[in-house]
Design a protein around this ligand. Structure first.
Ligand SMILES: NC(=O)c1ccc[n+]([C@@H]2O[C@H](COP(=O)([O-])OP(=O)(O)OC[C@H]3O[C@@H](n4cnc5c(N)ncnc54)[C@H](O)[C@@H]3O)[C@@H](O)[C@H]2O)c1
Length: 383
């Protein structure tokens, strides 16, 4: 078992979430050896701002013997090739979601990682809110009874205006599904994790309300709000909103609405899980509170508190109750779990974090959503 300070990490991508990864690594004590940007010049500028070194190319990064783990935080279309190269170099890998643009593209990646014996994770970090880890344990212990009905939403507003632009809008870079791939995938993975039930069939309706957008001629930061006047008109084929009916393996039913054009909703993931004994509900904009619903006694609100949570919940928390934890805390919590396996030298048998196998399963669900929307009927998720 190695110390985390003896393990070296490198990060591909230096944008919104690459920066969050670097901060998360520093919080758990893993040295960040360097970053790779879209060009050597951009990489060098971002590395200077982030206080680290820039690699000129992926080959140079992979040749660094002080790097054992590589984080992939580049745009979606690059994930598969970069992850494959990392695995083939014998390094452990944490890839941002979604793992690929299609299930065909992510097929075989989990087998390659297993053959190489490397730890492999997909960054479905929302599992690592402490209360979501706690609820996972509660459901597994039967506290909710049989899971029957799973409903919710994931709404944002940062793509509300026709002048809002990001690479995610383009199918070639983000994937054929945009709102579903970008944020719906988090909700779907989270519900699979908490309920322990794979999704077996979906019926989806997608809509694009802003078919023409104005792309600034220069580069745009994710979540940027400044407006450019020098723009090009672009036709958009990816969806602004989605409604998905869901069947789970145990017969539970569910539905989720996803939107990136809901005014006022900044990052609103909500779910409710209704079981045969009780229910649970959570909202990412109030992340330290878990609502527990009962029929024959008063409802409860569990304020995140290591003293009152399951072992999984405690492991994901760092602060005492009342000292609110949020989105930024999910990354070090996830990384602690992944790097425990890296320190042990091999993947755990059944990790609580999403693996490449889980990331590929998510792509099969995503493909079924796209197919259902095209055909206007229920579609089984490929097994
Ligand atoms: N887990 C989460 O909650 C979460 C949140 C945001 C983004 N993401 C995921 O992270 C990824 C990046 O999203 P973002 O919002 O940070 O985007 P971003 O546009 O802010 O950053 C992407 C970065 O990748 C760099 N890049 C582009 N081509 C590259 C290449 N060939 N090699 C190396 N770097 C390259 C860009 O220069 C930029 O720094 C996406 O896959 C997205 O789905 C996940």
């Amino acid at each position: 078992m190695r110390n985390l300070t003896d393990i070296g990490a490198a990060v591909i991508g230096t944008g919104f979430i690459g920066t969050v990864h670097i901060e998360g690594l520093r919080r758990i004590g893993v040295p960040v050896r360097g970053v790779l940007g879209s060009t050597p010049e951009r990489g060098a500028a971002r590395a200077a701002a982030l206080g680290t070194h820039a690699y000129p190319s992926l080959d140079d990064l992979l040749a660094d013997p002080t790097v054992q783990v590589v984080h992939v935080t580049s745009p979606n279309h690059l994930h598969v090739d970069q992850s494959r190269a990392i695995v083939e170099a014998g390094k452990h890998v944490i890839c941002e979601k979604p793992l690929a643009l299609t299930a065909a593209a992510s097929s075989g990646l989990a087998d390659r990682a297993a053959a190489a014996g490397v730890v492999n994770a997909v960054c479905f970090n929302l599992r690592y809110y402490a209360l979501n880890q706690h609820l996972h344990d509660q459901v597994a212990a039967g506290d909710l009874g049989d899971v029957r009905f799973v409903t919710g939403q994931y709404f944002q507003d940062w793509l509300f205006l026709d002048s809002d632009w990001n690479w995610r809008l383009e199918a070639e870079q983000g994937g054929q599904l945009r709102a579903v791939g970008d944020i719906g995938s988090h909700w779907l993975d989270l519900m699979t994790f908490i309920t322990g039930q794979p999704i077996v069939a979906v019926m989806a309706e997608l809509a694009t309300f802003i078919p023409i957008r104005h792309q600034p001629r220069g580069p745009v930061e994710t979540f940027a709000t400044a407006r450019s006047t020098d723009t090009i008109e672009r036709t958009i084929t990816t969806e602004d909103v989605a409604s998905i009916l869901i069947r789970f393996a145990n017969g539970a039913r569910g539905s989720v609405n996803v939107s990136q054009i809901s005014p006022g909703r900044k990052n609103s993931l909500r779910f409710e899980i209704d079981g045969s004994k009780s229910a649970a509900s959570w909202d990412s904009e109030q992340p330290d509170q878990l609502w527990l619903g009962h029929r024959e006694r008063p409802n409860e609100i569990l304020i995140r508190n290591p003293a009152l949570m399951s072992a999984g919940g405690r492991a994901a928390a760092t602060l005492p109750g009342g000292h609110v934890e949020g989105y930024g805390d999910t990354f070090p919590a996830l990384f602690r779990a992944v790097y425990a396996d890296v320190a042990a030298g091999r993947p755990a048998d059944r990790p609580r974090y999403a693996t490449f196998a889980d990331g590929h399963a998510a792509m099969r669900v995503s493909d079924a959503v796209a197919e259902s929307a095209r055909q206007g009927r229920w579609v089984d998720v490929a097994s």
